[in-house]
Design a protein around this ligand. Structure first.
Ligand SMILES: Nc1ncnc2c1ncn2[C@@H]1O[C@H](COP(=O)(O)OP(=O)(O)OP(=O)(O)O)[C@@H](O)[C@H]1O
Length: 214
């Protein structure tokens, strides 16, 4: 099973100015591999992730998941996401935030699955708290738990360790490694974090909207 972008172009218009965020990007992530997406701020990483998630429509080129074992799976269980801004619902506890995608995917015992996933990410004691009652690093790990709770085929994460110290980054990466070793999840992580780069099987570098080093 493969998550791929083929010759993707994306241009934003800001008034009269055109920003060529992606200029023909081709990238493949297989199940069972961790790919780190590197590049300076503004190089197009988030735009590429958004295209892979279907949150942005490429101007040309294509994005697809091929070889799905179960094409009927919920989209957020096929390609789950940890967004740069987390996107937690303020009015739900951490446990309810994490349980939500499992509930929507009609997973058996969504709350139990949420609590187990929070536990894995060392957030068990905070399960009953609201997002504004925990640190940004804890919110970030909650967003990761919410992505993982449905055991996705692929995980796309935008700077998922950006708010974590080295010890926690290492822990999160170890957890991800365990998850993909057990489940075969394919992982694509946009990051500047050396811990992520060290844990990746492969590094893809973007510069000015192009892949410069695959
Ligand atoms: N909605 C938008 N409208 C206009 N320009 C945008 C929009 N989103 C992104 N851009 C521009 O597209 C380019 C690529 O942005 P993108 O967010 O993909 O970069 P990035 O590599 O993820 O950066 P960072 O590491 O800072 O998150 C940048 O020049 C950015 O200013």
């Amino acid at each position: 099973m493969t998550l791929s972008a083929t010759d993707v172009h994306k241009t934003y218009r800001r008034g009269r100015e055109q920003v060529h965020a992606l200029r023909g990007v081709t990238l493949e992530v297989q199940r069972g591999e961790v790919v780190a997406l590197l590049g300076r701020s503004g190089s197009g990483k988030t735009t590429l992730l958004n295209c892979l998630l279907g949150w942005e429509t490429p101007d040309s080129g294509s994005v697809r998941v091929s070889g799905a074992a179960d094409p009927g799976r919920a989209p957020w269980a096929t390609v789950a996401v940890v967004p740069q801004r987390f996107g937690l619902l303020d009015e739900l506890s951490l446990a309810d935030n994490v349980a939500l995608p499992a509930r929507l995917a009609a997973t058996a015992d969504p709350r139990g699955a949420a609590l187990r996933t929070l536990e894995t990410l060392r957030l068990g004691p905070l399960a009953g708290r609201m997002p504004d009652e925990v640190s940004l690093g804890e919110q970030q790990r909650t967003a990761l738990a919410r992505a993982l709770v449905v055991r996705p085929d692929f995980l796309v994460a935008d700077e998922p360790t950006g708010r974590l110290d080295e010890e926690l980054s290492t822990h999160v990466l170890t957890t991800l490694r365990e998850v993909y070793a057990a489940e075969g999840t394919g992982v694509l992580i946009a990051s500047h974090d050396p811990v992520v780069v060290a844990a990746a099987d492969r590094v893809v570098r973007l510069s000015d909207g192009r892949v410069v080093d695959g």
